[in-house]
Ligand binder design. Sequence first.
Ligand code: ZN
Ligand code: ZN
Length: 176
Amino acid sequence: MTCPRCKIDLEQTLFYNTAVDYCPRCLGMFFDEEELRWAKDAKDKNLVWLDIDLWKDERKFRLNYGVRLCPSCRLPLYEVYYGASQIIVDVCNVCHGIWLDRGEFKKIVNYLKEESDQKLLNKYGNSMLEEFKEIFSGPETLREELADFLVLLKLLNYKFLAQHPKIAKAILQLPK
Ligand SMILES: [Zn+2]
Ligand SMILES: [Zn+2]
């Protein structure tokens, strides 16, 4: 797989049983559908923070043709905007994969920290972090953000996968 920005090969690292493809240069990340589904099976009782607005309301989605190519399918990704969040996520309408720029990752994490219950988020992140820290073999720069990453992975799964039929429909309605 190739980074949509740098055009170099993505590398793969394991978060527990979840393989994540990332670019060693720009640290962008690609999540394929299977990777997103993983979080669904995890038994987790602290999901109250998922009630935040991000990606919840289908009327707040805006779409655009993107210029980057899906690392997996090599077809153009669509840019998905959400409300006033200023977060842009690149979505593939073929494999349902999601590309996240480093900058978007940070924006989402900041959004979460502003909008959600900070105490709950920390508790959730820290308990998972202890479990995963030893297993993680990726670069140090990602390791530092492991808790944020795991929280984000959950959010992507619950919100983005649930909204995918609506995103696919919006893609069909884009002017040609
Ligand atoms: Zn890159
Ligand atoms: Zn794809």
